[in-house]
Design a protein around this ligand. Structure first.
Ligand SMILES: Nc1ncnc2c1ncn2[C@@H]1O[C@H](COP(=O)(O)OP(=O)(O)OP(=O)(O)O)[C@@H](O)[C@H]1O
Length: 264
């Protein structure tokens, strides 16, 4: 398996703040990673580095075999699918859902006189079907529920057939049913051998879809633990990451965490 993402001792500083502190991380083809950490831990920063949107202050970043700093990131970015709240805000509310998806092939937000061929439209329709919102294709983005918007964004991120898929808190703001629907869609994607290497950022172990293989835990910009979920995702590592004693349970491929009430 080849590496799609390689970070070596990556540090990001902004003024006196250290957003990422000597992060070393390798994501290989076929792997599905969850990045866990509390608010402000550096997860979005890490994803921006992985998306070739942010350069390291020090250290080296390789994305899809290219060393960042030596390549034109505009050639690289279409090979990466990204969803984030910041990107979602840039989608015009009056944009038709099918256009939100199809316009990803031209890396634009907001359809504007581009010509899309029939194959693009067929692919967009197939992706909307895959994330189970094909019935919404003719609605405008602004009329969708939060959960429906998240699905449309995932379809958009997959439109360019990316080699790396980065999902920044896709379940944020969803109700219980919406979260469970999304987790099951992401689980189907995770088990599909044709899906790209995937990194999912989350605050909650409950949001880890079955089929995800690896976990990286961040606290204050530092890696607290990383590796296969089966061995790296432990109550101890989770407690250290979130700074409180936690009990971790696993049932039918899903995780749940809560504060430990009594020691011992
Ligand atoms: N330009 C900046 N200057 C100083 N500090 C910054 C800057 N940008 C981000 N930070 C800080 O870096 C830290 C990491 O931010 P980041 O958005 O990566 O965290 P996160 O883990 O994604 O948080 P959340 O879960 O709340 O989204 C935060 O404390 C944030 O305030």
């Amino acid at each position: 398996m080849s590496a799609v993402l390689e970070l070596a001792e990556v540090t990001i500083r902004r003024g006196d703040a250290v957003l990422l502190d000597r992060v070393t991380w390798v994501v290989k083809d076929g792997e599905r990673w969850v990045v866990l950490g509390s608010n402000g831990a550096g997860k979005t920063t890490l994803l921006q580095v992985a998306a070739a949107q942010m350069y390291p202050t020090s250290g080296a970043v390789g994305v899809l075999g290219e060393l960042i700093g030596t390549v034109d990131v505009f050639d690289l970015r279409p090979r990466i699918g990204l969803t984030s709240a910041a990107l979602a805000e840039r989608i015009p509310r009056d944009e038709k859902v099918s256009d939100v998806v199809v316009s990803a092939s031209y890396a634009v937000v907001g359809r504007w006189r581009e010509h899309y061929d029939e194959l693009d439209h067929e692919r967009a329709a197939a992706l909307l079907r895959e994330v189970r919102v094909e019935k919404l294709a003719d609605r405008t983005f602004g009329t969708l529920s939060e959960g429906e918007r998240k699905r449309v964004q995932i379809a958009r991120a997959l439109m360019t057939d990316p080699e790396l898929l980065l999902l920044d808190e896709p379940a944020a703001g969803l109700d219980l049913g919406g979260r469970e629907d999304l987790v099951s869609t992401l689980s189907v994607l995770a088990y599909d051998p044709n899906s790209p290497a995937t990194v999912l950022v989350s605050h909650h172990v409950e949001e880890i879809p079955p089929g995800f293989t690896h976990v990286l835990m961040l606290r204050e910009g530092r890696v607290m633990a990383s590796g296969p979920i089966d061995t790296a995702l432990t109550a101890e590592a989770l407690s250290a990451t979130f700074g409180m004693p936690l009990v971790l349970e696993r049932h039918e491929g899903r995780f749940a965490a809560r504060r430990r009430l009594h020691r011992g």
